[in-house]
Write a protein that binds this ligand. Structure first.
Ligand SMILES: NC(=O)c1ccc[n+]([C@@H]2O[C@H](COP(=O)([O-])OP(=O)(O)OC[C@H]3O[C@@H](n4cnc5c(N)ncnc54)[C@H](O)[C@@H]3O)[C@@H](O)[C@H]2O)c1
Length: 355
């Protein structure tokens, strides 16, 4: 592991998180709520006492991700794409909206760049238009990808750097960045109350490794006794935060008046070298798998840049909601190795193996 930062307490001095003290009231919409992070957010919102409307086209998500809460009468689900204005309008008819719907994963971007770029841009544009009309405050999930290969650690005031248009990876970054610009433009030109959350690597149970997410892929490979494949030389670093903690931060952000209109890095700032992560997974999973290096150009298309470091500055987030991730990567990996692999994740991995 490289670098370390002081762990700030995740909870406020009175022992309760902001979201417990300012629990959202009424109906809350989560777009992409059947996805990995969305399903953790749905669980969190239901725990805090509100009703939740999930809107998801199930393109990568699954209703099985909501198994733990499917019987809750406060949960309603609409299956459809929020890129369609009528569905976006129904989604925005709520006390507040978390817009997490999107197409993620570097491998999916490498294989279906047009779908990924269009999908992310169109659904964010439609949800912002709909929230502007309904008056619901909205949080949109952006990505650390907007920083491109800028020098880490990344500050929210840094320029976005999607890079050359020859590098398709920048297309996802650009779609996310354009979503942010549209959000701020809505706020400036109208009255939209919007928060932008730039998420760094979020990990936890129910995440699929099928689309290029490194940690669930390592865990699946270790479990199956297959080689744990590290792309490049493994010296690149990433920072991982637990999904349930990130869900709490998203709730707190949208419930905090000072956060409205702001852009926030959300994630962990503790760097881990990817090669070390592979060995950590192997050790914790007690796996006999070998750790293998795969040259970058055998995995990604030409010109597809993989940033060496991706580290957020979290000062703004800490100052606004007093949040910082508390769980170290070792505990996260232990939890992942102990959790049964969900049927949805198994199917996604099997489909990927066949493609
Ligand atoms: N997980 C991370 O590390 C990470 C990092 C950066 C940004 N993000 C952002 O967070 C959000 C959630 O990511 P995730 O990891 O949970 O991914 P995910 O693929 O598990 O979830 C995305 C969900 O959105 C749904 N969806 C896609 N297009 C849709 C559409 N047009 N209409 C309705 N539903 C649609 C999918 O079916 C899926 O359930 C995404 O916007 C992603 O860009 C995640």
């Amino acid at each position: 592991m490289t670098g370390s930062n002081p762990r700030a307490p995740m909870h406020q001095p009175d022992g309760r998180s902001l979201s417990q003290r300012r629990a959202p009231k009424g109906l809350v919409t989560v777009t992409g709520g059947a996805g990995f992070l969305g399903s953790h957010l749905v669980e969190r919102l239901l725990q805090s006492g509100c009703s939740v409307h999930v809107v998801d086209d199930l393109s990568s998500g699954s209703l099985e991700n909501l198994d733990a809460v499917r019987g809750d009468p406060r949960l309603s689900i609409t299956v459809g794409s929020v890129a369609e204005p009528a569905i976006a309008a129904r989604a925005a008819d709520a006390a507040m909206v978390f817009h997490l719907a999107g197409m993620v994963g570097v491998q999916r971007l490498a294989q279906r760049p047009l779908d990924v770029m269009r999908g992310n841009l169109l659904c964010t544009e439609a949800m912002l238009d709909a929230a502007a009309r309904s008056g619901a405050p909205i949080l949109i999930a952006s990505s650390s990808e907007v920083y491109g290969d800028a020098r880490a650690p990344f500050d929210e005031t840094d320029p976005v750097q999607p890079g050359s248009t020859d590098n398709l990876r920048g297309g996802y970054a650009c779609a996310k960045a354009m979503g942010e610009w549209l959000a701020h433009a809505h706020a400036r030109q109208g009255t939209l109350r919007v928060v932008v959350a730039r998420l760094f690597n979020v990990v936890g149970p129910r995440q699929s490794g099928a689309y290029g997410m490194v940690l669930p892929r390592f865990v699946a490979q270790a479990r199956e006794g297959n080689p744990i494949t590290v792309f490049g030389d493994g010296t690149q670093t990433r920072c991982f935060a637990a999904a349930d903690e990130v869900a709490l931060a998203l709730c707190d952000l949208l419930a905090t008046p000072d956060a409205i209109g702001g852009t926030f890095n959300v994630g962990s700032d503790r760097e881990v070298r990817v090669l070390e992560l592979a060995h950590l997974v192997k050790r914790i999973a007690r796996s006999s798998s070998e750790v293998t290096l795969i040259p970058h150009d055998r995995v990604f298309p030409k010109g597809f840049v993989d940033p060496q470091r991706r580290v957020p500055r979290l000062d703004r987030l800490r100052a606004c909601i007093g949040w910082a991730p508390s769980r170290p990567i070792e505990a996260i990996v232990e939890e992942l190795c102990a959790a049964p692999q969900s049927a949805a994740v198994q199917r996604a991995l099997a489909a990927r193996a066949l493609s």
